[in-house]
Design a protein around this ligand. Sequence first.
Ligand SMILES: [Zn+2]
Ligand SMILES: [Zn+2]
Length: 554
Amino acid sequence: MPERVLVAVAWPYANGSIHLGHTAGAYLPADIFARYHRMIGNEVAMVSGSDAHGTPVTIAADQQGVSPEDIHAKFQAEFLDTWERFGISFDLFTSTHTRNHTEVAQDMFLRLLDKGYLYTDTMSQPFCTNDERFLPDRYVEGTCPHCAYDGARGDQCDNCGRTLDPEELIGLRCRTCGSSPEIRETEHFFLKLSAFEDQLLEWVRKQDHLRPNVKNFTIGYLEGGLRDRAITRDLEWGVPVPVEGYENKRIYVWFEAVIGYLSATKEWARIGGDPDKWKEFWQGECRSYYFMGKDNIPFHTVIWPAMLLGYGSLNLPYNVPANEYVNLEDQKLSTSRNWAVWMPDYLDRYDPDPLRYVLSSIMPETSDSDFSWAEYVRRNNDELVATYGNLVHRTLSMARRNFGAIPAPGGLDEQSRALLDEARETLDETGGNIADCRFRNALQSAMRLAQSTNRYLDSKAPWQAVKTDKADAARTIWTSMTVVNCLKTALFPFMPGSSEKVHTMLGLDGSVESEGWSWDPDALRPGSPLPRPKPLFRKFDESLIEEETARLGS
Ligand SMILES: [Zn+2]
Ligand SMILES: [Zn+2]
């Protein structure tokens, strides 16, 4: 029976390009996971979109002298281009700046208000008398009271990572004009998070399939006690508060953006011509997986579940496989210092698959990991080119050169049968690991099969056997080709582009994706013609390392 799987992926702010950290943290693991589930025949909805309404977007607009709409439109287009070129297979990548999302977000707001989970109260907020406006979050900066970093924002210190209230900042100033704001009282809606504390604790303690870091963090967060939080702001940009008398206030992004998972599923269902289909993913039997970096954990294991519980009859997250961070050349990624590898930039110079491979190999599933260009070159040259690419190339070249077509295996010897058994086990093991969100292990097991097959070829030496025992050479080459045919499937979620190339070079019709997660050891018909094989990957010169590291931080 096919199962339903919702693959919900973190929403990037529409104020800057996607970099390697976002990719390894959320988009690539989500894509591998979604591709695998589609291949085993499950029904997948992989959704996300750009977070259009955060103050990072309005601040970027102010700085560039354009409208928030312009900034949003520019990055929405760029994100779609990045997914296309890098092969991130969203079923829908939308935006929070749509009529549909506004309706769904306002419906959530009103339902929670009706059920008594929202209330109004006054709070103090910085007000700039010069600009005559309130200054939420990122509109103010000052010195962090914890680490003395000057340039901490009203919501968070980028240096020590602590979340802050504007009033805690020392030497508070308006980011637009530099003057020091007054603190004024303003009325806002609050989400009664405290009402969900016990229910959430009971729920999360039962979720044994959560990663230990996610589960422990969430339990600690809940045991620390939940404070009610303001969910509206004095802003002009965003989803309007749907209550009379509050027309000049907007629903705050951290409440509004997470609703995007639900609104995007509704939009996807409508586009697909079956508007009620979202219900199967949110009210029916369905497992929902949320992919993100660790800084987003509380929004997905505490705040969003609280909103879902408050709304009622919507599925809670099944799993939140949040990743730790990827560092770059042993330093924390920093967009302001340009210590980052930007995806559009990368894709202008290189193919997607080597980076998909390297990021999967170092995916920060249980602890932070490090990306370096030296590691990129080494893994590309030693693993992709020398192990996998070489296996494919020498196998197919020998077949074509010596037999002009797929050779006939005859009866298989024990060594060949053992290798085919290993291939069968590898496909199962790789699939099981992907299903459990252990992507590094999944990739390792597939690559181990490539290594075993190279060893098998070395010990059988068909290039010699072809002169003395052509039947044995045929058997060996056929076996190796059949394992390559299995590897293309096991590696497809990680490197879809090169898997499709292998499929074509094996002389097969259709696509790897349409074959599904299966492997037929009799798929390669003796006598079928083979096209001329081309190298699967290209070897990089060591000079690439210096060239790429020179781009960082400049
Ligand atoms: Zn700090
Ligand atoms: Zn000001």
